[in-house]
Design a protein around this ligand. Sequence first.
Ligand code: ADP
Ligand code: MG
Length: 544
Amino acid sequence: MAYGVPVLVLKEGTQRTTGRDALRANILAARILSETLRTSLGPRGLDKMLVDSFGDVTITNDGATIVKEMEVQHPAAKLLVEVAKAQDAEVGDGTTTAVVLAGLLLEKAENLLDQEIHPTIIIEGYKEALAKALEEYDKISIKVDPKDKSMLKELARTALASKYVGSGAVLERLIDLVVEAVLTIAEPQEDGTLKVDINNVKIEKKKGESLLDTSLVKGIVLDKEVVHPSMPRRIEKAKIALLDMPLEVEKPEITAKINITSPEQIRAFLEEETRLLKDMVEKIASVGANVVICQKGIDDVAQYFLAKKGILAVRRVKRSDMEKLERATGGRIVSSIRDLTPEDLGEAELVEERKVGTDKMVFIEGCKNPKAVTILLRGANDMELDEAERSIHDALSVLRNVLKEPKIVGGGGAPEVELAMRLREHARARGGKEALAIEAYADALEEIALILAESAGLDPLDARAQLRAHHEKGLINAGVDVIQGNVLEDMVKVNIIDPTLVKKQVLKSATEAATAILKIDDIIAAAPPKKEKEKEREGEKFKF
Ligand code: ADP
Ligand code: MG
Protein backbone atom coordinates (compact mmCIF):
# COMPACT_ATOMS: atom_id res chain seq x y z
CA MET A 1 0.00 0.00 0.00
CA ALA A 2 1.21 3.45 -0.88
CA TYR A 3 -0.43 6.46 0.78
CA GLY A 4 -3.21 4.20 1.95
CA VAL A 5 -4.20 3.36 -1.62
CA PRO A 6 -3.78 -0.29 -2.57
CA VAL A 7 -1.53 -0.67 -5.60
CA LEU A 8 -2.56 -3.55 -7.78
CA VAL A 9 0.24 -4.67 -10.06
CA LEU A 10 -0.99 -8.13 -10.79
CA LYS A 11 -4.41 -9.16 -11.88
CA GLU A 12 -6.81 -10.39 -9.25
CA GLY A 13 -6.46 -14.09 -8.57
CA THR A 14 -2.82 -14.26 -9.73
CA GLN A 15 -0.72 -16.64 -7.67
CA ARG A 16 2.80 -15.67 -6.88
CA THR A 17 5.59 -17.75 -5.40
CA THR A 18 8.98 -16.12 -4.94
CA GLY A 19 12.59 -16.79 -4.02
CA ARG A 20 13.62 -20.17 -2.68
CA ASP A 21 10.07 -21.47 -2.57
CA ALA A 22 9.69 -20.86 -6.27
CA LEU A 23 13.01 -22.47 -7.01
CA ARG A 24 12.27 -25.55 -4.91
CA ALA A 25 8.85 -25.97 -6.46
CA ASN A 26 10.38 -25.87 -9.94
CA ILE A 27 13.17 -28.24 -9.06
CA LEU A 28 10.72 -30.69 -7.58
CA ALA A 29 8.52 -30.67 -10.68
CA ALA A 30 11.46 -31.17 -13.02
CA ARG A 31 12.89 -33.94 -10.85
CA ILE A 32 9.62 -35.83 -10.82
CA LEU A 33 9.58 -35.84 -14.60
CA SER A 34 13.20 -36.88 -14.81
CA GLU A 35 12.76 -39.65 -12.26
CA THR A 36 9.95 -41.09 -14.34
CA LEU A 37 12.45 -41.58 -17.14
CA ARG A 38 15.21 -42.98 -14.95
CA THR A 39 14.01 -46.57 -15.23
CA SER A 40 13.69 -46.30 -19.02
CA LEU A 41 17.38 -45.65 -19.60
CA GLY A 42 19.48 -48.12 -21.53
CA PRO A 43 18.91 -51.52 -23.14
CA ARG A 44 17.30 -52.92 -20.02
CA GLY A 45 15.12 -49.86 -19.63
CA LEU A 46 11.52 -50.52 -18.71
CA ASP A 47 8.62 -49.44 -20.84
CA LYS A 48 6.05 -46.85 -19.93
CA MET A 49 2.43 -47.25 -20.81
CA LEU A 50 0.90 -43.96 -21.77
CA VAL A 51 -2.80 -43.47 -22.11
CA ASP A 52 -3.93 -40.24 -23.70
CA SER A 53 -7.22 -38.44 -23.09
CA PHE A 54 -8.84 -40.38 -25.94
CA GLY A 55 -7.81 -43.68 -24.37
CA ASP A 56 -5.16 -44.45 -27.00
CA VAL A 57 -2.28 -46.44 -25.61
CA THR A 58 1.42 -46.05 -26.41
CA ILE A 59 3.98 -48.43 -24.96
CA THR A 60 7.55 -47.23 -25.24
CA ASN A 61 10.83 -46.60 -23.49
CA ASP A 62 11.82 -43.84 -25.86
CA GLY A 63 12.42 -40.74 -23.76
CA ALA A 64 11.35 -38.29 -26.44
CA THR A 65 8.05 -40.09 -26.96
CA ILE A 66 7.35 -40.44 -23.26
CA VAL A 67 7.73 -36.77 -22.50
CA LYS A 68 5.86 -35.75 -25.64
CA GLU A 69 2.87 -37.94 -24.80
CA MET A 70 2.77 -37.12 -21.09
CA GLU A 71 0.51 -34.18 -20.57
CA VAL A 72 2.87 -32.20 -18.43
CA GLN A 73 1.29 -29.29 -16.56
CA HIS A 74 4.00 -27.69 -14.46
CA PRO A 75 5.92 -24.92 -16.26
CA ALA A 76 9.32 -26.11 -15.05
CA ALA A 77 8.64 -29.67 -16.11
CA LYS A 78 7.50 -28.25 -19.45
CA LEU A 79 10.90 -26.66 -19.81
CA LEU A 80 12.41 -30.12 -19.56
CA VAL A 81 10.01 -31.42 -22.17
CA GLU A 82 11.21 -28.68 -24.50
CA VAL A 83 14.78 -29.77 -23.91
CA ALA A 84 13.91 -33.35 -24.76
CA LYS A 85 12.26 -32.20 -27.96
CA ALA A 86 15.26 -30.06 -28.84
CA GLN A 87 17.62 -32.97 -28.23
CA ASP A 88 15.46 -35.16 -30.42
CA ALA A 89 15.32 -32.62 -33.21
CA GLU A 90 19.02 -31.79 -32.96
CA VAL A 91 20.52 -35.29 -32.94
CA GLY A 92 17.58 -37.72 -32.68
CA ASP A 93 19.04 -39.74 -29.81
CA GLY A 94 20.15 -39.33 -26.21
CA THR A 95 16.84 -37.87 -25.10
CA THR A 96 16.34 -40.06 -22.06
CA THR A 97 19.88 -39.41 -20.91
CA ALA A 98 19.44 -35.65 -21.36
CA VAL A 99 16.27 -35.50 -19.27
CA VAL A 100 17.61 -37.80 -16.56
CA LEU A 101 20.85 -35.84 -16.37
CA ALA A 102 18.99 -32.54 -16.10
CA GLY A 103 17.06 -33.99 -13.15
CA LEU A 104 20.27 -35.18 -11.50
CA LEU A 105 21.88 -31.79 -11.95
CA LEU A 106 18.91 -30.20 -10.22
CA GLU A 107 18.97 -32.76 -7.43
CA LYS A 108 22.64 -31.97 -6.76
CA ALA A 109 21.91 -28.25 -7.01
CA GLU A 110 19.35 -28.62 -4.25
CA ASN A 111 22.02 -29.97 -1.90
CA LEU A 112 24.14 -26.94 -2.68
CA LEU A 113 21.21 -24.62 -2.03
CA ASP A 114 20.87 -26.28 1.37
CA GLN A 115 24.47 -25.30 2.04
CA GLU A 116 23.50 -21.68 1.31
CA ILE A 117 25.26 -21.55 -2.02
CA HIS A 118 23.68 -18.98 -4.25
CA PRO A 119 22.01 -20.17 -7.47
CA THR A 120 24.23 -17.86 -9.54
CA ILE A 121 27.33 -19.63 -8.24
CA ILE A 122 25.81 -23.00 -9.09
CA ILE A 123 24.94 -21.82 -12.58
CA GLU A 124 28.46 -20.51 -13.11
CA GLY A 125 29.95 -23.76 -11.86
CA TYR A 126 27.69 -25.86 -14.09
CA LYS A 127 28.58 -23.78 -17.13
CA GLU A 128 32.26 -24.14 -16.44
CA ALA A 129 31.85 -27.87 -15.94
CA LEU A 130 30.04 -28.13 -19.26
CA ALA A 131 32.78 -26.28 -21.14
CA LYS A 132 35.42 -28.47 -19.55
CA ALA A 133 33.47 -31.66 -20.22
CA LEU A 134 33.00 -30.80 -23.91
CA GLU A 135 36.73 -30.23 -24.18
CA GLU A 136 37.44 -33.57 -22.56
CA TYR A 137 34.99 -35.34 -24.86
CA ASP A 138 37.16 -34.34 -27.79
CA LYS A 139 40.18 -35.76 -26.01
CA ILE A 140 38.67 -39.13 -25.18
CA SER A 141 36.92 -39.63 -28.54
CA ILE A 142 38.14 -42.18 -31.04
CA LYS A 143 38.30 -41.15 -34.68
CA VAL A 144 36.60 -43.62 -36.97
CA ASP A 145 36.49 -44.27 -40.68
CA PRO A 146 33.01 -43.41 -41.96
CA LYS A 147 33.39 -46.10 -44.62
CA ASP A 148 33.86 -48.82 -42.02
CA LYS A 149 30.64 -50.75 -42.39
CA SER A 150 31.14 -52.99 -39.38
CA MET A 151 31.59 -49.96 -37.14
CA LEU A 152 28.36 -48.50 -38.50
CA LYS A 153 26.62 -51.76 -37.74
CA GLU A 154 27.79 -51.74 -34.16
CA LEU A 155 26.58 -48.18 -33.69
CA ALA A 156 23.22 -49.13 -35.12
CA ARG A 157 23.18 -52.08 -32.74
CA THR A 158 23.77 -49.91 -29.65
CA ALA A 159 20.95 -47.60 -30.72
CA LEU A 160 18.47 -50.33 -31.73
CA ALA A 161 19.23 -52.66 -28.85
CA SER A 162 18.31 -50.04 -26.29
CA LYS A 163 14.73 -50.29 -27.47
CA TYR A 164 12.14 -52.98 -27.58
CA VAL A 165 13.15 -54.68 -30.83
CA GLY A 166 16.32 -55.69 -29.12
CA SER A 167 17.16 -59.27 -29.91
CA GLY A 168 18.16 -62.09 -32.20
CA ALA A 169 17.45 -62.35 -35.89
CA VAL A 170 15.11 -59.36 -35.92
CA LEU A 171 17.83 -57.13 -34.51
CA GLU A 172 20.40 -58.37 -37.05
CA ARG A 173 17.95 -57.80 -39.89
CA LEU A 174 17.13 -54.26 -38.79
CA ILE A 175 20.81 -53.41 -38.29
CA ASP A 176 21.57 -54.48 -41.87
CA LEU A 177 18.61 -52.55 -43.25
CA VAL A 178 19.42 -49.37 -41.41
CA VAL A 179 23.08 -49.35 -42.41
CA GLU A 180 22.27 -50.14 -46.00
CA ALA A 181 19.58 -47.45 -46.10
CA VAL A 182 21.95 -44.80 -44.79
CA LEU A 183 24.81 -45.77 -47.10
CA THR A 184 22.47 -45.69 -50.09
CA ILE A 185 21.36 -42.13 -49.46
CA ALA A 186 24.66 -40.73 -48.09
CA GLU A 187 26.20 -37.98 -50.17
CA PRO A 188 29.98 -37.45 -50.05
CA GLN A 189 31.06 -33.98 -48.96
CA GLU A 190 34.19 -32.09 -49.90
CA ASP A 191 35.71 -32.53 -46.45
CA GLY A 192 35.53 -36.30 -46.75
CA THR A 193 32.52 -36.75 -44.47
CA LEU A 194 29.19 -38.09 -45.65
CA LYS A 195 26.02 -36.08 -45.49
CA VAL A 196 22.86 -37.96 -44.64
CA ASP A 197 19.41 -36.44 -44.71
CA ILE A 198 17.29 -38.96 -42.86
CA ASN A 199 14.17 -37.47 -44.42
CA ASN A 200 15.22 -39.44 -47.48
CA VAL A 201 14.53 -42.64 -45.63
CA LYS A 202 10.82 -43.23 -45.65
CA ILE A 203 9.44 -45.60 -43.06
CA GLU A 204 6.22 -47.20 -44.25
CA LYS A 205 4.43 -49.35 -41.68
CA LYS A 206 2.15 -52.18 -42.72
CA LYS A 207 0.50 -54.45 -40.22
CA GLY A 208 0.91 -58.17 -40.84
CA GLU A 209 3.61 -60.85 -40.85
CA SER A 210 6.50 -60.03 -38.50
CA LEU A 211 9.37 -57.59 -38.02
CA LEU A 212 11.57 -60.20 -39.63
CA ASP A 213 9.76 -59.61 -42.93
CA THR A 214 10.74 -55.96 -42.95
CA SER A 215 12.45 -55.00 -46.18
CA LEU A 216 14.41 -52.19 -47.75
CA VAL A 217 13.10 -50.84 -51.02
CA LYS A 218 15.49 -48.75 -53.06
CA GLY A 219 12.87 -46.29 -54.03
CA ILE A 220 9.55 -45.05 -52.74
CA VAL A 221 6.63 -47.13 -51.56
CA LEU A 222 3.20 -45.53 -51.55
CA ASP A 223 0.46 -46.90 -49.36
CA LYS A 224 -2.03 -46.49 -52.26
CA GLU A 225 -3.51 -48.58 -55.00
CA VAL A 226 -3.68 -47.96 -58.71
CA VAL A 227 -6.95 -46.03 -59.12
CA HIS A 228 -8.67 -47.89 -61.94
CA PRO A 229 -9.10 -51.65 -62.45
CA SER A 230 -8.27 -51.57 -66.16
CA MET A 231 -5.01 -49.64 -65.76
CA PRO A 232 -1.72 -51.50 -66.07
CA ARG A 233 -0.28 -52.81 -62.77
CA ARG A 234 3.30 -52.68 -63.90
CA ILE A 235 5.19 -50.16 -65.99
CA GLU A 236 8.84 -50.54 -66.89
CA LYS A 237 10.91 -47.52 -67.87
CA ALA A 238 8.39 -45.29 -66.21
CA LYS A 239 7.99 -41.64 -67.13
CA ILE A 240 6.20 -40.12 -64.20
CA ALA A 241 4.06 -37.00 -64.13
CA LEU A 242 3.89 -35.55 -60.60
CA LEU A 243 0.78 -33.42 -60.25
CA ASP A 244 -0.44 -31.39 -57.32
CA MET A 245 -3.70 -30.38 -58.99
CA PRO A 246 -6.84 -32.48 -59.27
CA LEU A 247 -7.66 -34.22 -62.53
CA GLU A 248 -11.20 -33.07 -62.18
CA VAL A 249 -13.27 -30.29 -63.65
CA GLU A 250 -13.17 -27.59 -61.07
CA LYS A 251 -16.52 -26.78 -59.56
CA PRO A 252 -17.15 -23.03 -59.40
CA GLU A 253 -16.44 -21.43 -56.03
CA ILE A 254 -19.78 -19.63 -55.96
CA THR A 255 -22.98 -21.55 -56.56
CA ALA A 256 -23.80 -20.80 -60.14
CA LYS A 257 -27.24 -21.36 -61.45
CA ILE A 258 -27.47 -22.77 -64.93
CA ASN A 259 -30.78 -22.73 -66.67
CA ILE A 260 -31.18 -25.84 -68.72
CA THR A 261 -34.24 -26.00 -70.85
CA SER A 262 -33.67 -28.99 -73.09
CA PRO A 263 -32.10 -32.46 -72.99
CA GLU A 264 -29.61 -31.29 -75.65
CA GLN A 265 -28.28 -28.73 -73.28
CA ILE A 266 -27.68 -31.33 -70.60
CA ARG A 267 -25.81 -33.48 -73.07
CA ALA A 268 -23.78 -30.52 -74.27
CA PHE A 269 -22.91 -29.65 -70.72
CA LEU A 270 -21.73 -33.15 -69.86
CA GLU A 271 -19.88 -33.47 -73.13
CA GLU A 272 -18.04 -30.28 -72.37
CA GLU A 273 -16.93 -31.70 -69.02
CA THR A 274 -15.82 -34.94 -70.62
CA ARG A 275 -13.95 -33.05 -73.32
CA LEU A 276 -12.04 -31.02 -70.73
CA LEU A 277 -10.98 -34.18 -68.89
CA LYS A 278 -10.07 -35.90 -72.15
CA ASP A 279 -7.90 -32.91 -73.10
CA MET A 280 -6.05 -33.14 -69.79
CA VAL A 281 -5.31 -36.80 -70.36
CA GLU A 282 -4.30 -36.15 -73.98
CA LYS A 283 -1.84 -33.54 -72.77
CA ILE A 284 -0.35 -35.95 -70.20
CA ALA A 285 0.04 -38.64 -72.84
CA SER A 286 1.47 -36.19 -75.38
CA VAL A 287 4.45 -35.32 -73.19
CA GLY A 288 5.24 -39.04 -72.90
CA ALA A 289 4.09 -39.85 -69.37
CA ASN A 290 3.04 -43.43 -68.66
CA VAL A 291 2.55 -42.96 -64.91
CA VAL A 292 0.60 -40.24 -63.13
CA ILE A 293 1.07 -39.60 -59.43
CA CYS A 294 -1.41 -37.08 -58.21
CA GLN A 295 -1.58 -35.32 -54.87
CA LYS A 296 -5.28 -34.59 -55.34
CA GLY A 297 -8.26 -36.48 -56.72
CA ILE A 298 -8.75 -38.05 -60.15
CA ASP A 299 -12.26 -37.97 -61.63
CA ASP A 300 -13.81 -41.30 -62.76
CA VAL A 301 -13.99 -40.08 -66.33
CA ALA A 302 -10.33 -39.04 -66.27
CA GLN A 303 -9.46 -42.45 -64.83
CA TYR A 304 -11.23 -44.09 -67.74
CA PHE A 305 -9.30 -42.06 -70.32
CA LEU A 306 -6.00 -42.64 -68.54
CA ALA A 307 -6.68 -46.38 -68.50
CA LYS A 308 -7.45 -46.31 -72.22
CA LYS A 309 -4.07 -44.71 -72.83
CA GLY A 310 -2.38 -47.42 -70.78
CA ILE A 311 -1.32 -44.96 -68.10
CA LEU A 312 -0.96 -46.12 -64.48
CA ALA A 313 -2.30 -43.57 -62.02
CA VAL A 314 -2.28 -43.10 -58.25
CA ARG A 315 -4.23 -40.39 -56.46
CA ARG A 316 -4.28 -38.56 -53.09
CA VAL A 317 -0.59 -39.02 -52.40
CA LYS A 318 0.82 -37.20 -49.36
CA ARG A 319 2.73 -33.99 -50.00
CA SER A 320 5.82 -35.35 -48.23
CA ASP A 321 5.79 -38.36 -50.55
CA MET A 322 5.38 -36.11 -53.58
CA GLU A 323 8.50 -34.24 -52.49
CA LYS A 324 10.44 -37.46 -52.00
CA LEU A 325 9.35 -38.59 -55.45
CA GLU A 326 10.49 -35.31 -56.89
CA ARG A 327 13.98 -35.87 -55.46
CA ALA A 328 14.14 -39.56 -56.28
CA THR A 329 12.83 -39.52 -59.83
CA GLY A 330 14.29 -36.19 -60.87
CA GLY A 331 10.85 -34.95 -61.86
CA ARG A 332 9.10 -31.74 -60.96
CA ILE A 333 5.76 -31.30 -59.24
CA VAL A 334 3.47 -29.48 -61.66
CA SER A 335 0.43 -27.44 -60.60
CA SER A 336 -1.11 -26.90 -63.99
CA ILE A 337 -1.47 -29.45 -66.77
CA ARG A 338 -0.99 -26.71 -69.33
CA ASP A 339 2.58 -26.20 -68.12
CA LEU A 340 3.53 -29.88 -68.20
CA THR A 341 6.57 -30.56 -70.39
CA PRO A 342 8.61 -33.72 -71.03
CA GLU A 343 11.37 -32.27 -68.81
CA ASP A 344 9.03 -32.29 -65.82
CA LEU A 345 8.67 -36.06 -65.90
CA GLY A 346 10.47 -38.19 -63.37
CA GLU A 347 12.08 -41.47 -64.27
CA ALA A 348 12.14 -44.91 -62.68
CA GLU A 349 13.01 -48.38 -63.90
CA LEU A 350 9.82 -49.81 -62.54
CA VAL A 351 6.49 -48.73 -61.12
CA GLU A 352 4.44 -51.62 -59.87
CA GLU A 353 1.47 -52.36 -57.66
CA ARG A 354 2.16 -55.26 -55.30
CA LYS A 355 0.21 -56.97 -52.64
CA VAL A 356 1.63 -56.49 -49.14
CA GLY A 357 -0.33 -58.48 -46.61
CA THR A 358 -3.94 -57.86 -47.44
CA ASP A 359 -3.36 -54.43 -48.98
CA LYS A 360 -1.97 -53.16 -52.22
CA MET A 361 0.92 -50.74 -52.38
CA VAL A 362 2.66 -49.01 -55.25
CA PHE A 363 6.43 -49.43 -55.54
CA ILE A 364 8.57 -46.96 -57.47
CA GLU A 365 11.98 -48.52 -57.91
CA GLY A 366 15.22 -48.00 -59.76
CA CYS A 367 14.91 -44.26 -59.59
CA LYS A 368 17.07 -41.86 -61.54
CA ASN A 369 18.56 -40.54 -58.33
CA PRO A 370 18.56 -43.44 -55.88
CA LYS A 371 19.01 -41.13 -52.90
CA ALA A 372 15.65 -42.06 -51.44
CA VAL A 373 14.76 -45.38 -49.91
CA THR A 374 11.83 -46.88 -48.03
CA ILE A 375 11.96 -49.22 -45.09
CA LEU A 376 8.81 -51.28 -45.38
CA LEU A 377 8.15 -52.26 -41.78
CA ARG A 378 6.04 -55.31 -41.05
CA GLY A 379 4.84 -56.28 -37.61
CA ALA A 380 2.12 -57.97 -35.66
CA ASN A 381 0.41 -54.86 -34.28
CA ASP A 382 0.46 -51.09 -34.29
CA MET A 383 2.31 -50.81 -31.01
CA GLU A 384 5.12 -53.03 -32.22
CA LEU A 385 5.31 -51.13 -35.51
CA ASP A 386 5.41 -47.77 -33.76
CA GLU A 387 8.16 -48.79 -31.36
CA ALA A 388 10.17 -50.31 -34.20
CA GLU A 389 9.78 -47.10 -36.17
CA ARG A 390 11.04 -45.06 -33.22
CA SER A 391 14.10 -47.22 -32.72
CA ILE A 392 14.89 -47.19 -36.43
CA HIS A 393 14.62 -43.43 -36.34
CA ASP A 394 17.13 -43.38 -33.45
CA ALA A 395 19.52 -45.66 -35.28
CA LEU A 396 19.29 -43.61 -38.48
CA SER A 397 20.05 -40.49 -36.46
CA VAL A 398 23.03 -42.14 -34.79
CA LEU A 399 24.50 -43.10 -38.15
CA ARG A 400 23.86 -39.67 -39.60
CA ASN A 401 25.62 -38.15 -36.59
CA VAL A 402 28.69 -40.32 -36.80
CA LEU A 403 28.99 -39.76 -40.53
CA LYS A 404 28.79 -36.03 -39.90
CA GLU A 405 31.39 -36.09 -37.12
CA PRO A 406 33.23 -39.42 -37.37
CA LYS A 407 34.10 -39.75 -33.70
CA ILE A 408 32.88 -42.19 -31.10
CA VAL A 409 33.16 -42.92 -27.41
CA GLY A 410 32.45 -46.03 -25.40
CA GLY A 411 28.89 -46.65 -24.24
CA GLY A 412 27.50 -48.00 -21.00
CA GLY A 413 28.50 -45.04 -18.87
CA ALA A 414 32.21 -45.16 -19.72
CA PRO A 415 32.64 -41.53 -20.76
CA GLU A 416 30.43 -40.33 -17.91
CA VAL A 417 32.69 -41.95 -15.30
CA GLU A 418 35.82 -40.71 -17.04
CA LEU A 419 34.56 -37.15 -17.33
CA ALA A 420 33.40 -37.16 -13.71
CA MET A 421 36.92 -38.08 -12.65
CA ARG A 422 38.47 -35.36 -14.79
CA LEU A 423 35.97 -32.75 -13.59
CA ARG A 424 36.74 -33.56 -9.96
CA GLU A 425 40.45 -33.08 -10.65
CA HIS A 426 39.66 -29.78 -12.33
CA ALA A 427 37.53 -28.68 -9.37
CA ARG A 428 40.26 -29.56 -6.87
CA ALA A 429 42.87 -27.59 -8.77
CA ARG A 430 40.63 -24.59 -9.21
CA GLY A 431 39.12 -24.12 -5.73
CA GLY A 432 36.49 -21.54 -4.88
CA LYS A 433 32.79 -21.97 -4.31
CA GLU A 434 32.15 -22.84 -7.95
CA ALA A 435 34.33 -25.90 -7.41
CA LEU A 436 31.52 -27.36 -5.30
CA ALA A 437 29.15 -26.98 -8.24
CA ILE A 438 31.67 -28.57 -10.59
CA GLU A 439 31.93 -31.53 -8.23
CA ALA A 440 28.15 -31.72 -8.12
CA TYR A 441 28.15 -31.81 -11.91
CA ALA A 442 30.65 -34.65 -11.81
CA ASP A 443 28.47 -36.60 -9.37
CA ALA A 444 25.44 -36.17 -11.60
CA LEU A 445 27.35 -37.45 -14.63
CA GLU A 446 28.68 -40.46 -12.78
CA GLU A 447 25.19 -41.34 -11.69
CA ILE A 448 24.18 -41.98 -15.30
CA ALA A 449 26.59 -44.90 -15.29
CA LEU A 450 25.20 -46.09 -11.96
CA ILE A 451 21.63 -46.02 -13.25
CA LEU A 452 22.74 -48.25 -16.13
CA ALA A 453 24.49 -50.54 -13.63
CA GLU A 454 21.36 -50.75 -11.56
CA SER A 455 19.25 -51.62 -14.60
CA ALA A 456 21.69 -54.46 -15.25
CA GLY A 457 21.00 -55.81 -11.77
CA LEU A 458 24.34 -54.72 -10.31
CA ASP A 459 24.81 -53.15 -6.92
CA PRO A 460 25.41 -49.47 -7.73
CA LEU A 461 27.98 -48.95 -4.98
CA ASP A 462 30.01 -51.99 -6.03
CA ALA A 463 29.79 -50.91 -9.64
CA ARG A 464 30.95 -47.43 -8.74
CA ALA A 465 33.97 -48.76 -6.88
CA GLN A 466 34.93 -51.02 -9.79
CA LEU A 467 34.40 -48.34 -12.42
CA ARG A 468 36.39 -45.77 -10.47
CA ALA A 469 39.24 -48.20 -9.95
CA HIS A 470 39.41 -48.96 -13.68
CA HIS A 471 39.32 -45.32 -14.68
CA GLU A 472 41.96 -44.36 -12.13
CA LYS A 473 44.18 -46.95 -13.79
CA GLY A 474 43.67 -45.13 -17.07
CA LEU A 475 41.08 -47.42 -18.63
CA ILE A 476 39.01 -44.61 -20.12
CA ASN A 477 36.52 -46.91 -21.81
CA ALA A 478 35.60 -49.00 -18.78
CA GLY A 479 31.83 -49.20 -18.42
CA VAL A 480 28.83 -51.36 -17.71
CA ASP A 481 27.67 -54.06 -20.09
CA VAL A 482 24.01 -53.89 -19.29
CA ILE A 483 22.99 -56.98 -21.25
CA GLN A 484 25.61 -59.28 -19.72
CA GLY A 485 25.33 -57.58 -16.35
CA ASN A 486 28.97 -56.84 -15.59
CA VAL A 487 31.58 -54.12 -15.50
CA LEU A 488 33.97 -54.26 -18.46
CA GLU A 489 37.41 -52.77 -18.93
CA ASP A 490 36.76 -51.71 -22.49
CA MET A 491 33.32 -51.01 -23.96
CA VAL A 492 34.75 -50.15 -27.37
CA LYS A 493 36.25 -53.61 -27.65
CA VAL A 494 32.80 -55.18 -27.29
CA ASN A 495 31.40 -52.60 -29.67
CA ILE A 496 29.10 -50.81 -27.29
CA ILE A 497 29.69 -47.33 -28.61
CA ASP A 498 27.96 -43.97 -29.06
CA PRO A 499 28.70 -41.07 -31.41
CA THR A 500 30.52 -38.20 -29.70
CA LEU A 501 28.14 -35.72 -31.29
CA VAL A 502 25.17 -37.23 -29.43
CA LYS A 503 26.96 -37.35 -26.10
CA LYS A 504 28.05 -33.73 -26.37
CA GLN A 505 24.54 -32.64 -27.24
CA VAL A 506 23.23 -34.53 -24.20
CA LEU A 507 25.46 -32.44 -21.93
CA LYS A 508 24.50 -29.21 -23.65
CA SER A 509 20.77 -29.93 -23.47
CA ALA A 510 20.80 -31.10 -19.87
CA THR A 511 22.93 -28.21 -18.63
CA GLU A 512 20.81 -25.70 -20.47
CA ALA A 513 17.63 -27.05 -18.90
CA ALA A 514 19.04 -27.23 -15.38
CA THR A 515 20.52 -23.73 -15.45
CA ALA A 516 17.36 -22.27 -16.96
CA ILE A 517 15.37 -23.67 -14.06
CA LEU A 518 17.93 -22.50 -11.49
CA LYS A 519 17.66 -18.97 -12.84
CA ILE A 520 13.98 -18.64 -12.01
CA ASP A 521 13.18 -17.09 -8.65
CA ASP A 522 9.66 -15.95 -9.20
CA ILE A 523 6.61 -17.78 -10.44
CA ILE A 524 3.71 -15.57 -11.37
CA ALA A 525 0.77 -17.68 -12.38
CA ALA A 526 -2.24 -15.96 -13.85
CA ALA A 527 -5.65 -16.98 -12.57
CA PRO A 528 -7.43 -19.34 -14.94
CA PRO A 529 -9.70 -17.47 -17.37
CA LYS A 530 -13.07 -16.45 -15.84
CA LYS A 531 -15.05 -18.44 -18.34
CA GLU A 532 -13.62 -21.71 -17.12
CA LYS A 533 -14.56 -20.86 -13.57
CA GLU A 534 -18.05 -19.97 -14.60
CA LYS A 535 -18.34 -23.21 -16.51
CA GLU A 536 -17.20 -25.10 -13.44
CA ARG A 537 -19.89 -23.41 -11.43
CA GLU A 538 -22.44 -24.20 -14.10
CA GLY A 539 -21.34 -27.77 -13.86
CA GLU A 540 -21.83 -27.76 -10.09
CA LYS A 541 -25.40 -26.69 -10.53
CA PHE A 542 -26.22 -29.71 -12.58
CA LYS A 543 -24.39 -32.22 -10.46
CA PHE A 544 -26.69 -34.62 -8.71
P1 ADP B 1 18.64 -42.31 -24.89
O1 ADP B 1 17.23 -41.86 -25.16
O2 ADP B 1 19.34 -41.36 -23.98
O3 ADP B 1 19.41 -42.64 -26.12
P2 ADP B 1 18.66 -45.11 -24.33
O4 ADP B 1 17.59 -45.85 -23.62
O5 ADP B 1 18.82 -45.31 -25.79
O6 ADP B 1 18.49 -43.60 -23.99
O7 ADP B 1 20.03 -45.48 -23.59
C1 ADP B 1 21.26 -44.96 -24.04
C2 ADP B 1 22.36 -45.42 -23.13
O8 ADP B 1 22.42 -46.84 -23.07
C3 ADP B 1 23.71 -44.96 -23.65
O9 ADP B 1 24.46 -44.49 -22.56
C4 ADP B 1 24.32 -46.23 -24.23
O10 ADP B 1 25.73 -46.22 -24.16
C5 ADP B 1 23.74 -47.25 -23.31
N1 ADP B 1 23.73 -48.61 -23.88
C6 ADP B 1 23.14 -49.05 -25.01
N2 ADP B 1 23.38 -50.38 -25.19
C7 ADP B 1 24.13 -50.79 -24.14
C8 ADP B 1 24.68 -52.05 -23.70
N3 ADP B 1 24.52 -53.15 -24.41
N4 ADP B 1 25.37 -52.06 -22.55
C9 ADP B 1 25.53 -50.95 -21.84
N5 ADP B 1 25.03 -49.75 -22.16
C10 ADP B 1 24.35 -49.66 -23.30
MG1 MG C 1 19.15 -44.19 -27.58
